[in-house]
Design a protein around this ligand. Structure first.
Ligand code: SER
Length: 285
């Protein structure tokens, strides 16, 4: 079994081998950004670089960023403990290009990392692209050879990423793993893009950063198109550790065991385990 520490290290190592500078997570409390209470994505600490306001001594970076999504534009609080995949606090693995590479390399790296480095089965992976993004659709076809019925075109809600109401944003492309038909829900259409159940596990979001959104919603092209990706460490850990829920990984399960010890109560993976999952998520946060 691959531990979460090993997965994180493999990710950072892989991107270093592709010329990225390894950058530490920023503090959860963002510096100099009144638009955010807590860091909510790996790209936050690079916001000014995406906007062209500041420069860095490197044009490629990779990090594992501590994030909290418990309010604001990205808020997963109400889903915690109910789904297998949501948290308030989580770690986001990300690679970034500041006006260096764009869609092609972002897709090549993500595909190579998942299928070659981690060895995930290609036939279980699905992709979504922004509905108007023919370029991303064609690149996925060319690079991954994923059949076109496993590349889904979705609208702005799913495939256009913004950090907050203002700031850098752009169309995105997400990589999902199908956890198997046996995990289908009761919905009439348990299909990717239609159904939000745990069968379809979004692993990695590749954002093609192209615009700055102002307070009136106007989009201004960024000085240099860039890349911002994010993959939840807890989510990829479930796949590599062959468990169904993030709460059964080596990141969360020890906390649940601790709560069992403290309370003298047994944890169950079904709805009876809800308070254990909430306590383990919130205490970790
Ligand atoms: N910023 C994007 C996200 O949070 C990709 O990292 O999903």
């Amino acid at each position: 079994m691959m531990t979460s520490n090993e997965i994180r290290e493999k990710f950072l190592n892989y991107f270093e081998s592709k010329g990225h500078t390894r950058v530490s997570s920023s503090s959860l409390i963002p510096h100099n950004d009144p638009t955010l209470l807590f860091a909510n994505a790996g790209m936050n600490q690079f916001k000014d670089t995406f906007l062209g306001i500041s420069t860095l001594p490197y044009s490629r970076a990779a990090s594992s960023q501590k994030c909290v999504r418990a309010g604001g534009k990205h808020n997963d609080l109400e889903s915690v403990g109910k789904t297998a995949r949501h948290h308030t606090f989580f770690e986001m693995l990300g690679n970034f290009s500041f006006g260096d590479y764009f869609k092609r390399e972002a897709i090549e790296y993500a595909w190579e990392f998942l299928t070659q480095v981690l060895g995930l089965p290609k036939d279980k992976l699905w992709v979504s692209v922004y509905e108007e993004d023919d370029e991303a659709f064609n690149l996925w076809r060319e690079i991954s050879k994923v059949p076109q019925d496993r590349i889904v075109r979705l609208g702005e809600k799913d495939n256009f990423w913004s950090m907050g109401d203002t700031g850098p944003c752009g169309p995105c492309s997400e990589i999902y793993i199908d956890r198997g038909e046996e995990h289908s829900c009761d919905a009439d259409k348990c299909e990717l893009g239609v159904c939000d159940c745990d069968r379809w596990r979004e692993l990695w979001n590749l954002v093609f950063m192209q615009y700055d959104r102002d307070e009136h919603g106007n989009l201004t092209p960024l000085p240099r198109p860039s890349i911002d990706t994010g993959m939840g460490l807890e989510r990829i850990a479930t796949v590599m550790q062959d468990v169904y829920s993030n709460y059964d990984t080596d990141l969360l399960r020890p906390i649940i065991a601790f709560v069992e010890d403290m309370t003298g109560k047994e944890y169950f993976e079904d709805e009876r385990g809800f308070p254990f999952r909430v306590i383990s998520d919130h205490s970790r946060a």
